[in-house]
Design a protein around this ligand. Structure first.
Ligand SMILES: *Cc1c(COP(=O)(O)O)cnc(C)c1O
Length: 471
């Protein structure tokens, strides 16, 4: 390319020319149509060879018409992604973002706000913090509480535990600097907790659970006594789960907080899935003890009607998080705050393991401000109501039975007389027919079904049909 040619090519890359404007229309109307679909098609997954055959190589040295590339997405790529917001997507933990949150996500994308520092993103951080405050208030945390939106529960758990370890080492005044920390967590804890301990080179001590799979299954004094003196000093955090991913079990948060207090250590609550239900009056009593957390997480992209990716990480005291996570570099010094009463908020970058960040809490904030928190409580109650209905329907039916009593909106149940292959065949057929996406899980080595309801559009009729389809 000549100098003039490369200048023209560079210019074209940031130009809103007629072709790009045509794409703008297509992008906006596609987005609006996608939001309007009720329900969206379930769609399906795809194999690599199918996509190689239908889509092929897309990236070339020269330009392509944006509408032509967009058609690859609308015709081949998007249909090869299962719709998480379909009312019968009940596998894993789905999501059901509100129209307001999805549309505002477009605005956030167009604005490309840097959400890492107060200096650069004050307006966005201010709004995100109000959404975080709502969550902190629901949990009963003090005014000192604050936090940040990170990509997911995995990032949230790691960042919280790194802050816990930092406080543990600091308090030990150097004596623990070369000692491996211990994280105490129940076997029902999410895989990301164990993953975090691997990253941190920490050991995990399993917290026993009771017959309902709640931790701690034994009196706190016994759990403490089971640890050696040396191990007791190595504990940097106790992790409780407020809604386990496989069974939906909520640990005894008061007893877990007592355990953390007895060990004089950090108390972290992983509520990535379940803590969303704090906004429902009917579920609140299950969470007693959460107000004693040093940190907690909840994923609005799961059960708080926000799009990916969005995990709220809230600390009792942001100071501990800042001491652990603030990055220091010559070019970052201008962002440092001394906490001497300056009229500024904190830098979100300083509260987790990251620096650059999208203002990913804004879609959640916008929807919360538009609909009001009462609407969130009502939508949450609706999902709980349908979950209770489905549990009753399973109790009433003679071909299925509950494996554990549901606490929130996860139903674990078996089809009497079925083996693993039967569950797999049924699950594959339901997806193929575009009816439902429900994959089996296992419980004590037995293949069983698991349905997680987070979508207010999932109805009683949907659940009856699903249970009938298992006959
Ligand atoms: C989903 C989940 C996580 C992980 O969250 P991601 O957002 O998927 O990283 C952690 N803990 C629990 C209890 C979860 O349900």
């Amino acid at each position: 390319m000549s100098g003039a040619e490369s200048a023209a090519a560079a210019e074209a890359m940031h130009a809103l020319d007629s072709r790009m404007l045509a794409f703008a229309d297509a992008a906006l109307s596609y987005s609006l149509d996608r939001v309007r679909l009720d329900p969206p098609p379930l769609d399906d997954t795809s194999t690599l060879s199918e996509l190689v055959a239908t889509v092929g190589d897309t990236v070339r040295s020269g330009p392509r018409d944006p509408l032509e590339v967009f058609a690859l997405f609308t015709e081949h790529l998007a249909p090869a992604c299962i719709s998480v917001d379909h009312p019968l997507f009940l596998s894993f933990v789905p999501g059901a973002p509100t129209e307001a949150s999805v549309l505002f996500d477009l605005v956030v994308s167009a604005s490309n706000i840097y959400g890492g520092s107060w200096l650069e993103g004050a307006g966005a951080v201010y709004a995100e913090n109000q959404a975080l405050r709502w969550l902190a208030d629901l949990a009963g945390l003090p005014p000192s509480a604050g936090g940040v939106f990170v990509a997911g529960g995995t990032a949230g758990n790691l960042s919280a535990l790194v802050a816990a370890r930092s406080r543990w080492r600091r308090r030990a005044g150097g004596s623990m600097d070369r000692v491996r920390p211990i994280v105490v967590a129940s076997a029902g804890a999410h895989s990301s907790v164990v993953q975090a301990t691997r990253v941190m080179d920490a050991d995990v001590v399993d917290l026993p659970t009771d017959e309902r799979r709640r931790a701690p299954g034994r009196p706190v004094a016994e759990v403490v006594a089971a640890l050696s003196d040396e191990d007791r000093r190595r504990v940097c955090a106790v992790v409780a789960t407020a809604g386990t991913t496989n069974l939906g079990v909520i640990d005894d948060l008061t007893a877990c907080a007592d355990l953390a207090a007895a060990l004089d250590t950090w108390f972290h609550v992983d509520g990535a899935y379940g803590a969303a239900a704090l906004c429902a009056q009917s579920a609140r009593p299950l969470f007693v003890g959460i107000e004693r957390a040093d940190s907690l997480i909840v994923d609005p992209h799961k059960w708080l009607f926000a799009p990916y990716d969005c995990c709220a990480l809230v600390y009792r005291d942001t100071l501990e998080a800042r001491l652990a996570h603030t990055q220091h570099a010559e070019y970052l010094e201008v962002l440092d705050q001394d906490g001497s009463g300056a009229d500024e908020g904190w830098n979100p970058a300083d509260l987790a393991h990251h620096l650059s960040r999208r203002a990913r809490g804004l879609p959640f904030w916008f929807s919360l401000a538009v609909h009001g928190t009462d609407a969130y409580a009502a939508a949450m109650e609706r999902t709980l109501e349908v979950s209770r209905f489905a549990a009753d329907e399973i109790r009433r039916s003679d071909h299925v039975e509950l494996v554990v009593e549901p606490a929130l909106s996860i139903l674990v149940f078996r089809r009497l007389g079925w083996a693993t292959a039967d569950y797999e065949r049924w699950s594959a057929r339901m997806l193929e027919e575009g009816r439902a996406f429900v994959v089996p899980t296992s419980h004590d080595g037995e293949t069983v079904l698991r349905a997680c309801i987070v979508n207010p559009r999932t109805s009683e009729a949907h659940m009856s049909d699903l249970i009938e389809s298992l006959r």
